[in-house]
Design a protein around this ligand. Structure first.
Ligand code: DGJ
Length: 716
């Protein structure tokens, strides 16, 4: 609830308070656990430190916005420059407004379901600029959404050199900073480091939010009065998060569009809107993560997909790559239907003359010879077998060897005189151009209409390195992408879209606003996937992650494992299979049938349950979580044991996320089937001894893998 008294706006969220002083130098007076109302919140004594090099004082440590030339020697939020090179921008607060709705961000996605919004207006008359900053609040949540709009009133064109979405000025101290870092096939591993001085930067530069550094960041102040602030950005392009701890005092967290090559012109009268950032504060990392996950499930993914069941799918990629024909596809679908699988996804290789990755991107018409008829025929036949139909596309790309490139070379992002950099033998379509977007969208509409697809996998397998008009290019590319996605989802609101980018190279809140699930990684080796999913779950709920049981031994790591281990890791995500099920033994087929049956029985808990980390411990080799329904009556707890040391007792695992007072029946299989009853508090405090998982059968299936247990938990 927003309360405005004197020069203060105090907002109480579910557990927290946020206090903004909107006198001339607007300040974030407080962000933290709920505090009781006061008449005044300014208890400072002498304001000015003895400083010779800057205008830093106590007020400077708590700013809600900052700019170039404002006199403070720390990283700033908004850097502007006029035609004469003048970058002196001194913003002062001009007023505050409260309302119910956040502004609609033109051309960009944002969170939904807010109940209140506070808008703060700033201006610099000399420079001729106005800035509007909003803070959106949500019932039952501690997450706050924010962003700024820059309005040029200078009478001339200015350049935006930096425009961050979020600035949070925090107390100085000793911080741990957690980011999700990686590469293709090892995306979003949680990395923690200590930052107690200097400027830490987390960023992406190739036009996608990237598998190198995700926009999610958590900063944890250690010691007395410790807390964790988590932030994430609703954006899919180059981003940058800065955590600056100047020796003068204070700590500043910034997040927004990366200023790498950014030089965005703004004509007189024009506005520039930053993407939305979200943030929360909590007692510790895990509590902040839990709040962010809850927010993504309720306020980021499209409302029509909240609570909508996802079918168990089988994808053709790790089954056949490009090598299939109609016979193989139909045989696969027949077997899949027998196993209980509910949807078939035709991945890469169905269009143009694409029998490898050398050609055809852009030629979005089916290869009738390969498919043994039209796409419509094939999809109808598959539906006749009782499966839904899904299809793969890569709309942002073009192959030089394609009809589209031959007809329209100008559609590709190229620079005259420079040989285009082909990555995976493909170049990027210039989707900043309206006519390019229109042409590709029309082709996509045709594919979806003809095949009546239930599901679409939207892939993107490279970054942007042809940097024409570089000051605007990256951002305009993202706007082009959002324009395509918003038109597509408006035309086909029920189409379930899974986005993908060489695995998880664009796993972010911007994509999740259109596509409720994202292929988390091409690496489905359960050992590797455990780390990837554990990291991803710091910021995103498990159902946002596409997670499959893939080919064994794994294609990337060559590790062997059992189908049950692979299932135990994949079953918390948007679940499916991705290998040739026509080639498996009868015993394995029985295993898969059992898994699908289990999955369907527990689907509502696995897909919509609240995720609680029981333990993530590299040292003990344990990754364990509980998924429980809202009432905590039904739960699935998974234990993934990554240690292979022998002559060592198996550890006790503490099961969390249940009602302490309630009694539960618990069932799982280690070397034998175990059944017992226990209270929620006993499961959490006494813990469960998992026992020996190395039955001879399991050993035979495992070469270099993991051991897993899935517990079925029901309130009695
Ligand atoms: C990369 C994706 O991550 C894979 O799942 C698959 O769709 C291939 N692209 C197809 O080219």
């Amino acid at each position: 609830m927003i309360e405005i008294k004197k020069q203060y706006a105090k907002i109480d969220t579910l557990n927290n308070s946020l206090i903004i002083d909107f006198s001339k130098d607007a300040k974030l007076v407080y962000l933290g656990k709920k505090i009781a109302d006061c008449d005044d919140y300014d208890f400072s004594g002498v304001r000015r430190a003895q400083t010779f090099s800057s205008a830093d004082d106590i007020d400077a440590l708590k700013r809600t916005v900052s700019s170039s030339g404002d006199g403070h020697c720390r990283e700033g939020m908004i850097y502007l420059c006029d035609e004469d090179g003048n970058a002196t921008v001194r913003l002062s607060c001009e007023g505050i407004e409260k309302g119910n709705k956040k502004p609609t961000l033109k051309g960009m996605p944002s969170s939904h379901g807010e109940s209140e919004c506070l808008t703060i207006k700033y201006g610099d008359k000399n420079f001729g600029v106005e800035v509007e900053q909003y803070f959106g609040f949500f019932d039952g949540s501690d997450v706050v959404a924010t962003g700024v709009k820059i309005i040029n009133q200078s009478g001339k064109t200015i350049k935006i050199k930096r425009a961050m979405s979020l600035q949070l000025d925090l107390p100085d101290g000793d911080y741990d900073v957690l980011t999700l870092d990686g590469a293709s096939c090892r995306e979003r591993r949680a990395v923690r480091r200590n930052v107690n001085g200097g400027t830490f930067s987390n960023s992406s530069v190739a036009g996608l939010s990237s598998n190198c550094h995700n926009p999610f960041i958590e900063v944890t102040k250690k010691g007395y009065n410790g807390f964790t602030v988590a932030t994430n950005l609703v954006y899919s392009g180059n981003h940058k998060e800065l955590f600056d701890i100047p020796s003068m005092g204070g700590a500043r967290l910034l997040s927004g569009i990366n200023d790498y090559l950014f030089d965005f012109p703004l004509k007189d009268g024009e506005e520039f809107q930053t993407p939305e950032a979200i943030f929360t504060v909590a007692a510790n990392e895990e509590a902040a993560s839990a709040e962010m996950r809850k927010f993504v499930s309720r306020n980021i993914i499209p409302e029509r997909f909240i609570g909508r069941e996802r079918p168990v799918l089988i994808n053709s990629w790790e089954s056949f790559l490009f090598n299939f024909d109609r016979g193989k596809l139909i045989e696969t679908c027949k077997k899949a239907a027998e196993i209980g699988i509910e949807m078939f996804v035709l991945d890469d290789g169905w269009f143009g003359k694409r029998d490898n990755d050398l050609s055809s991107l852009g030629d979005w018409f089916e290869n009738e010879k390969k498919l043994g008829g039209t796409l419509q025929d094939l999809a109808d036949e598959i539906r006749g077998l009782g499966l839904k139909f899904g299809i793969w596309v890569e709309p942002e790309m073009i192959s030089i060897d394609s009809d589209l490139y031959r007809a329209h070379p100008e559609y590709a992002m190229t620079i005259s005189g420079v040989k285009p950099l082909e990555i995976r033998h493909q170049i990027v379509l210039d989707i900043t151009k309206e006519e390019v977007r229109r042409e590709i969208l029309e082709k996509l509409y045709g594919i979806i209409e003809r095949s009546k697809a239930y599901y679409l996998k939207w892939d993107c397998n490279r970054g942007i390195y042809e940097l024409k008009n570089s000051g605007e290019l990256f951002h305009k590319y993202v706007l082009g992408l959002y324009d395509m996605l918003s038109k597509l989802t408006a035309k086909f609101p029920d189409l379930l879209i899974e986005s993908c980018a060489s695995g998880g190279n664009r796993f972010d809140l911007g994509m999740l606003c259109y596509t409720p699930q994202i292929w988390a990684s091409d690496d489905v080796d359960p050992r590797e996937r455990t780390t990837i999913q554990e990291g991803t779950a710091k910021a995103y709920p498990p159902l946002t992650m596409g997670a499959h049981v893939g080919h064994i031994p794994n294609w990337h790591t060559f590790n062997g494992t059992s189908y049950d281990n692979a299932f135990a890791v994949a079953c918390c995500g948007a679940f499916g299979y991705e290998f040739d099920v026509t080639k498996i033994s009868e015993k394995d087929e029985r295993t898969l049938k059992r898994q699908v049956e289990f999955y369907k029985k527990w689907r509502s808990v696995l897909q919509f349950g609240n995720y609680t980390v029981n333990e993530n411990s590299e040292e003990r080799g344990i990754s364990s979580y509980t998924l429980a329904d809202d009432k905590k009556e039904k739960a699935v707890a998974t234990v993934i044991y990554l240690d292979r040391t022998i002559n060592k007792l198996y550890p006790v695992v503490y099961i969390k996320g249940l009602l302490p007072e309630a009694k539960y029946s618990v069932r799982f299989t280690s070397d034998e089937e175990i059944k017992f009853t226990a209270s929620g508090s006993a499961l959490e405090k006494v813990g469960v001894y998992i026992g020996n998982l190395y039955t001879s059968e399991r050993i035979a299936d495992n070469y270099n893998s993991i051991q897993t247990v899935i517990m079925e938990i029901e309130k009695i």
